[in-house]
Every structure is written in structure tokens, then in C-alpha cells.
Write a protein that binds this ligand. Sequence first.
Ligand SMILES: Cc1ncc(COP(=O)(O)O)c(C=O)c1O
Length: 391
Amino acid sequence: MNYIKKLSERNRLMDSKIVRDSLSTFGVDNLISLAAGHPAAESLDYELFKESVDKVLGKNDLSLMNYSFSNGIPQLREAVARFLKRTQNLEIDSRSVGISSGSQVTIDTVCKAFLDEGDVVLVEECTFLAALQSMQSCKAQIVPIPMDSEGIIISEYERLIEKYDVKLTYLIPTFQNPSGYTLSEQRRTALAKIIKYNDLIVLEDDPYGHINFNDKQINSIYSLAAENVIYLGTFSKSIGPGLRVGFYTGPFELIDQINAMRFSVDVHANVLAQNVVVEILDNERFYTNVKKMSSIYKVRKDIMVEALNKYLPESYSYAEPEGGMFIWLQGENDIDSDLIYKKAINNGVSFVPGTLFTPNKLDGKNKLRLNFSSPDLKSIDEGIKKLSEIL
Ligand SMILES: Cc1ncc(COP(=O)(O)O)c(C=O)c1O
């Protein structure tokens, strides 16, 4: 039987094979993976996780095994509101907080909620590939906003909202995936003004904000324009991605719609995991570990930058990130990162080709995403050396 022919056009629109190929290079013998965005094993607090699981299971509470609320258990919604007050000084009513099975499922739900076929969604010039897949599956028109190392260029954003009837803007403004870039304070303020004035909705995805290499607090776009932003957070990078717990907040009317849609998407997040996250967020050791995590990643970033300075051909450039997990290499226009990827694998190192992150594949041809959070220090130096040999 031709199984592929049976699949939907939506499925065919999603070009996911090379994604699986490059991400599956993690943990393969004799191959240094600079591809996957996994947390460093040393950064995960297994003791705290285990203690919290034991505590939850010790309650002998049968509700852990039962169906629950689509928007999450009230204890976690309240814990998230306290967490946002503590970490970002945000005053949020827990009724406007929803608990997700991680941010990607909420991106997918928001795309379904906002985007009909042909609707325009604006995204950063390079962006999170799973979000692009969700938008593609809605048959949306995905329009890239030109950016530089300070994030999207505001005059370009203004030009695009003038030109198109924009339904949604999806942004990862802080320590972006894949570029590592952060939208500057000045541009955040300008963007907030524009979206308020034009009644636009921004989906702000913030999985990396806490992996901050400086002490400088970065204000979310949500904090500047709460009526116009759906803000996504996740515990994938601060506790562990295996738990599949994240959250969303924003204008109550929209959050209520997303909650209602959850029923057809994933019903609700895992109840055991939600209870475990409540315990973890109430423990001071969580906050200590997040700090430790940032310092582990800063050391890895420094080693990667040192190796790039040592080995990288002069025709490549990058901006040093101030947080997050990635460095975005940019080569001359005539290079082909898909071809380089094949050569790199044969030379014992992997990365993710830029074409996977750009709505127009050609825009990513001369770009490469490097991850510094998962490889150890020795592998980072060796990996950059191996990669530079074939660049
Ligand atoms: C920008 C961005 N958004 C969302 C996610 C998905 O996070 P989660 O594990 O919470 O689904 C990731 C994961 O890598 C990401 O990089």
C-alpha cells in the first residue's frame, strides 16, 4: 500500500525528515552533536526532581490518576503566578494562567486558533522550526521580518504591518532560537507601542529568558503590552523537557479560548508532572539551580566562542549571545549549509542547517545553528575544529 498517499496535504507540507536526522545525531558514537538543544545533564537537578516526585506520590492521592482541568491544576496556576511575580515582577491573576504540556503544543493551538488558510503571520527572519511547521500546517502565509543582532528591525515591522493584514506575530525576543539574538530594550519599547496602537497580537515565546549570562533583567514584551500579548513559558529548560510542563498567560478572553481548544488537542497536561512542578517551584533549590544552569551554559558559550576565534575561517561571522543555548553562524552568500551538513557528519560533527529555520529556505542557505548547551567542554572545542576544517 502507498501509505504516504493516504496522508493529508497538511502532513506533506511539513518537511520534517532532515529535522529528525540532524536532531537524532545526539548521543551517537563518534559524532559530536552541536545540533540538539538538550539541557546539559549536569544542569538538571535530579535530586530535587526525585524528592518532589516522592512527596507527591506520598500523598496517596487518587486524583493523580484521573482526568483534570484543561487549563491546569489550580495549585500550579497559582504557583506560576507567584513564579512570574518573583522572576519578572509581573502581577498576574492565576485565572489568566493556563498550564500546557510544554510550549510547542500551545504554539500549535494558538496557530489553529488564529490562522485560517492564507492568513498572514509575521515571524523573525529565522525562527523555531516546530513553530514554522505548525504555521505551515494551517496553510498560513508566513512572512519573515528582517532582523539583525538586536532582533527584528522595527521600521521593517512597520512596513510589513502596513503591507499585510496581519493576523498574528510570533516572536522569540530573548536569546532567540536559532540566532541567540535578543531584541534590544529600545526596540521592545517601540514594538509595544506599535502593537498597542494597531491592535495587533504577538505570541511571545520565552523558553530561554532565564538562561541569562548577565544580571541585567530583560523586560518581556508582555510586561510592556499585556493586552496584546500571549506569553509562553516552559519548564523544559529550567526543570527538564521530559516533564512536558509549560504555561501561557495573556488577555483572559484569549486564554479562555485556548483553554477551550485544549480539549481537542491534549485534554490537559500530565497531572503527576503538574503536581511535581508545584513542589519544585515552591523549593528554593529550584532558583539556585537555575542560576547554576546559567553559569554552566556561560562557560560552554565562552569555550565555543574561544574555539570559533581559533578555528573559524574569516568568511564566517556570528554575534556572541548573552544567554540561551545557540550561536548562529553566517557564511558568504554562495555557501550551502545542507551540503556542509552532509560533509560535517562524515567528519564526525553535526549542527542544524539554517534552511530549517527560515520560512524561505534560500534565506538560510548560508547559515548554521550551533548548540553549546549539550556537548561537554572538550567536545565543543573538538567539534568546532572539525566543523571549521570543512567550512
Ligand atoms: C523557541 C522555542 N519554543 C518552544 C520550544 C518548545 O518547548 P517545550 O519543550 O516547552 O515544548 C522550544 C524548544 O526547543 C524552543 O526552542
